[in-house]
Design a protein around this ligand. Structure first.
Ligand SMILES: [Fe+2]
Length: 458
């Protein structure tokens, strides 16, 4: 297949990212090693999967397909995969209606799948969540009783103390940013507009015990790209600047901190330190890295790239995104930045029980390894998979009664780079040793994010 302009291959439709043609079910999956019996639940993972023969202008725009693996009492009971039946998928509904308004149900729902308050939600940042059953059937779009009027980020944060789900939505027209809060019981109890200079692609945010942190970064919405249609209407814009905003969760103004220009798809975690500073760990793309990466998945080449000599070549030579720490001091107004690791990585995860609180460990996926970062010692360890295997996001599942932060497992779907097959790898998070491997009945395309959903589901 080729891009719409017919000049370059669509890397997101080939090899380990190539979509699968259909939905299947399989039971009694072969297991190597020993699955811990307490891992009883479901691992669901979402990602774009264009229908066979349909064009796909951008890796981020294909219709969502959720892959599920059911584990129970040491057995791998089933695998199944299902497209999320959004109105875009079933009826061809368009996000932009003929009158120029937005249909927030007409979205691909392809980025994440999370449980909250008895619901399982498939998410994409431009639109409404879609509720799924524990068997991966689509219930329908969820607007929380008509209260959610716009999009919901694919990266909501569940507060481990209150059980609330904090999230946001960004708009292409005002309001550009809205903060939302779901109660532990799943009711939308707060929606608050946040002032930002313009519409940007805000993929993630951070929370601490007392604050929310906004990533107002220079990948901006471009109406001309939207009119052209098909892909992602965002591009790098040097003129926008880059800032992080610290907003009290209880209400109050946003304190903005200018930072070095960059883009961040994913935050690892954030917290307030003893001095009251806000510490944010995320995976950072330098401008040249983003400008090189974005067209490789179907994004618009930035006009300014012509002035950045050999940007794609440079980024390819130096890797792409890396773990980075911002320390924001509300007392002084200072923002300190420091790299945390040299290795190019993405998809940072942590023990969800520490969301918003100090963490020692983050886990990431490198091109051919699963990496554990010890931020106390500054060291990292990796399970190297070799050049033929690509790991997906490694989701941490804490052991029952865990006494240390890394007592538990990492779950990651690993896919053959040539597109031959996949396995669900279960690692001991303490030392990255292999606890078990579930052989999946088909290749699972490299996708985005997933969740472990323990029994009982609700
Ligand atoms: Fe993401």
């Amino acid at each position: 297949m080729s891009q719409p302009n017919g000049t370059a291959p669509s890397l997101w439709l080939e090899g380990h990212r190539a979509p699968v043609p259909d939905e299947i079910d399989a039971v009694g999956l072969p297991v190597e090693g020993t699955l811990p019996p307490e891992l009883t639940g479901r691992y669901f993972r979402n990602g774009p999967n264009p229908l066979p023969g349909t064009p796909s202008a951008h890796w981020f725009t294909g219709p969502g397909m959720v892959h599920g693996v059911r584990l129970r009492d040491g057995r791998a009971e089933w695998y199944r995969n299902r497209w999320v039946r959004t109105t875009e998928f079933t009826d061809g509904a368009r996000f932009v209606r003929p009158d120029g308004t937005f249909d927030h149900a007409a979205v691909p729902a392809n980025t994440h799948v999370v449980p909250h308050a008895g619901r399982i939600l498939a998410l994409v940042e431009t639109g409404l969540p879609y509720e799924l059953t524990p068997e991966l059937d689509t219930v329908g779009p969820c607007d929380f009783g008509g209260l959610l009027k716009g999009g919901m980020t694919a990266h909501p944060k569940e507060d481990p103390v209150t059980g609330e789900l904090l999230f946001f939505g960004y708009g292409l027209v005002p309001p550009y940013l809205t903060y939302h809060r779901l109660s532990a019981g799943g009711r939308l109890v707060e929606s608050r507009e946040v002032e930002v200079p313009g519409p940007t692609m805000m993929h993630d945010f951070a929370v601490t015990a007392n604050h929310v942190v906004w990533l107002d970064l220079p990948v901006v919405f471009d109406m001309a790209l939207a009119r052209r249609g098909g892909g992602m209407p965002f591009r790098w814009d040097d003129a926008y600047g880059a800032r992080l905003g610290v907003m009290p969760r209880a209400g109050g103004p946003v304190r903005w901190f200018d930072v070095d220009p960059c883009y961040v798809f994913h935050v690892g975690n954030a917290y307030e330190d003893e001095a009251g500073r806000v510490v944010v760990d995320g995976v950072r793309y330098r401008p040249e890295d983003f400008i090189a990466f974005w067209p490789s998945i179907g994004g618009e080449s930035d006009p300014s790239a012509a002035t950045v000599a050999n940007a794609p070549v440079r980024a390819a030579a130096t890797g792409s995104s890396r773990l980075h720490r911002w320390t924001l001091d509300p007392a002084s107004g200072a923002a300190k930045e420091e790299p945390l690791d040299d290795r190019p990585v993405e998809f940072p995860t942590h023990d969800d029980a520490r969301t918003g609180h100090a963490h020692r460990y983050l886990y990431t996926a490198a091109a051919d390894a699963i990496v554990k970062h010890d931020l106390r010692s500054g060291s990292s360890a990796a399970l190297e998979l070799g050049p033929d295997l690509v790991p997906g996001e490694a989701v941490f599942v804490a052991a029952e009664g865990a006494r240390t932060e890394d007592e538990g497992w990492l779950l990651s779907i690993v896919t053959d780079r040539a597109g031959q097959g996949s396995e669900l790898l279960v690692l001991d998070a303490a030392d990255l040793s292999r606890t078990a491997s579930v052989r999946l009945p088909r290749r699972v395309p490299a996708g985005f994010h997933g969740s472990w959903i323990p029994d009982p589901v609700s």
